[in-house]
Design a protein around this ligand. Structure first.
Ligand code: ADP
Ligand code: MG
Ligand code: MG
Length: 211
């Protein structure tokens, strides 16, 4: 498996922005059911600004690019998701450091650090019906695949599949964090918007990070 370069990370951000744009209305509809109907707009604004901030003149390293994306998400997205996704990318960037490329194991470790940042900031636990329910199984699947000696392609494919399964599992959950928690039991039966956008982030990674 090849090393992950700044260009690879840029391609990941570009693919994420594209998937968010394609799913903007769907994300908003999910948020209309259990939130305030702005997740599609929030994510579209954030990913468009993040891509604009790094496209054309990409930062010098994958870590610097991730940090720039994180800072842009924090500053452009007003909702809960902006600071959480922003923290995710900032922590990924810090974990990657200044190296010109990253190995698959380093990328997965950085994603793990990103989740830890999301949890430190948002205090969501597994089963609370949030983006964490898609992100955590995805990174666990990637870790397991690499630990088992599987390829980077297999690890990313497993991660994207686990994120999608985690997203689907949020439908049955009762929300305990974020706006959806105001609905209590009535939040059950609806797929979580943030877990849905998180599955798009992993789908974008599987599309682009193969080095
Ligand atoms: P807002 O709720 O402020 O309108 P968004 O609609 O953009 O923000 O994002 C909502 C999503 O954010 C939820 O679907 C959920 O996945 C995620 N979320 C909300 N609060 C938390 C939290 N404390 N920890 C993790 N994720 C959260
Ligand atoms: Mg919302
Ligand atoms: Mg809102």
């Amino acid at each position: 498996a090849g090393e992950v370069s700044t260009d690879d990370l840029l391609a990941w951000v570009r693919a994420f922005a594209r998937l968010v744009e394609e799913n903007r209305e769907a994300l908003t509809e999910l948020d209309a059911a259990i939130g305030d109907a702005d997740h599609g707009a929030n994510m579209h604004r954030g990913t468009t600004a993040a891509l604009a901030a790094v496209d054309g003149a990409p930062p010098a390293s994958p870590g610097a690019l991730a940090k720039k994306v994180g800072m842009t998400l924090v500053s452009t997205v007003g909702g809960a998701s902006g600071p959480l996704y922003g923290t995710f990318f900032l922590r990924v960037g810090t974990a990657l450091g200044d190296a010109a490329t990253a190995t698959p194991a380093e990328v997965v470790a950085a994603l793990r650090a990103g989740i830890e940042g999301v949890v430190a900031r948002g205090r969501a636990e597994a089963g609370d019906k949030t983006m964490v329910d898609a992100l955590t199984p995805a990174v666990a699947a990637a870790e397991e695949a690499l630990a088992a000696g599987r390829s980077w392609t297999e690890a990313l494919t497993a991660a994207a599949g686990a994120a999608a399964a985690g997203r689907d599992a949020t439908t049955a959950m009762v929300a305990r964090k974020g706006r959806a928690s105001y609905l209590g039991e009535r939040s059950a039966g609806h797929q979580d918007p943030g877990a849905t956008s998180a599955a798009l982030l992993l789908a974008a990674a599987a599309e682009t990070l193969l080095g």
